[in-house]
Design a binder for this molecule. Structure first.
Ligand code: PLP
Length: 354
């Protein structure tokens, strides 16, 4: 079969290993809380699935538009924010074009760019694991069509500050699209962090998701807020009818139950901060986390440390030879994690004890 060689060489998405029976799955940045009963009921009530869903998720767009002070057409809903990102890459970039993003960042970015036929330009993070926005602006050429900024950055957890983002935008040509990926925006507690919404710039699209803070990862629903012409171009590349009615019902019910869901986010952020402090006290050089995960820069020891965590019942996401991303999960998982990581710091060569 004559496949596109760059596609044939692209590894298919591989999901993290499932957790062992009495262990913890901390590898996908999921929300550890079970769905709220009211949200689950709203999803179950969307049962006329012999019918296609509303292709534009109009009800949800109306609610989101109202919250963010934009028109409903300046909101676009997709089957997960990653699918909207795929649409934006296709809408802006093709063979010969360049897409700039920080590296390491979200592992989906390289594949999306390759599929579009465009070229990835990866700009290494700074030593503190945060985006090097100056270098990213320097990397812009007349072939650049899209720049992705991820704050908080997956997997390093670092934020971009509002001031640095403004300075960066002032250096980016106004016809180059900047996507601000805020998949973890609700977990941010740093007052200096950029906040994409309300939207202020004509060449910026902000991506948000219901997968993380709102706990709807399995329903696949996210959204973008941005300029009408850009979102229309994204809509033109979308696979029609991918957003299901149960997903829309779940998102609407989650927005209604927001105070309860955001209280959970506060809990997760507090758990994260406590874990961070404890890891630093153990001697780990962890960058200050602002998502629902922490980054352990384990370098060459990455595979070995991840294996010891796994043997002790904790599945984390290893990125050898750089580091390990560990999601903030159930409260008990944090204690267990600290026990094992403390053991690893003190006995770097020993197998983990369960
Ligand atoms: C930075 C970032 N962006 C986007 C996504 C995609 O989220 P979803 O497609 O579930 O909305 C993720 C998921 O892990 C992510 O880490």
């Amino acid at each position: 079969m004559r496949l596109r060689p760059e596609i044939a060489a692209l590894p298919p998405y591989r999901q993290g290993r499932p957790a062992p029976a009495d262990g913890f799955k901390l590898s996908s940045n999921e929300n550890p809380f079970e769905p709220l009963a009211g949200v689950a009921a709203a999803v179950a009530a969307a049962s006329d699935f012999n019918r296609y869903p509303d292709a534009t998720a109009a009800d949800l767009r109306e609610v989101l538009a109202e919250r963010h002070g934009v028109s409903a057409d300046e909101v676009h809903v997709g089957a997960g924010s990653v699918s909207i990102l795929a649409q934006l890459v296709l809408a802006t970039s093709g063979p010969g074009d360049e897409v700039v993003y920080a590296w390491r960042s979200f592992e989906a970015y390289p594949g999306l760019v390759t599929v579009s036929g465009a070229t990835s330009v990866r700009v290494p993070n700074r030593d503190d694991h945060s985006h090097d926005l100056d270098a990213m602006a320097d990397a812009v050429t007349d072939r650049t069509r899209l720049i992705i900024v991820c704050s908080p950055n997956n997997p390093t957890g670092t934020i971009v500050t509002a001031d640095d983002f403004e300075t960066f935008l002032s250096r980016v040509p106004s016809d180059v699209l900047v996507v601000l990926d805020e998949a973890y925006g609700e977990f941010v507690t740093d007052a200096d962090a950029v906040r994409g919404l309300p939207l202020r710039h004509p060449n910026v699209v902000v991506l948000r998701t219901f997968s993380k803070a709102y706990g709807l990862a399995g329903l696949r629903i996210g959204y973008a807020v941005g300029p009408l012409a850009v979102l229309d171009a994204a809509r033109a590349t979308a696979i029609p009818l991918s957003v299901t009615a149960p997903a829309v019902a779940g998102a609407l019910a989650s927005l209604e139950a927001e105070p309860e869901l955001l209280a959970r986010v506060t809990d997760i952020a507090a758990r994260r901060d406590a874990l961070f402090e404890a890891l630093v006290a153990q001697g780990w050089a962890v960058p200050r986390p602002q998502g629902n995960f922490v980054w352990l820069p384990t370098g060459e020891a990455t595979a070995a440390v991840a294996e010891r965590l796994f043997d002790a019942g904790i599945v984390a996401r290893a990125f050898p030879p750089e580091g390990i991303r560990i999601s903030i999960g159930e409260a008990e998982s944090v204690d267990e994690l600290l026990r094992i990581l403390g053991d690893i710091v003190q006995n770097p060569q020993e197998p983990a004890s369960k």
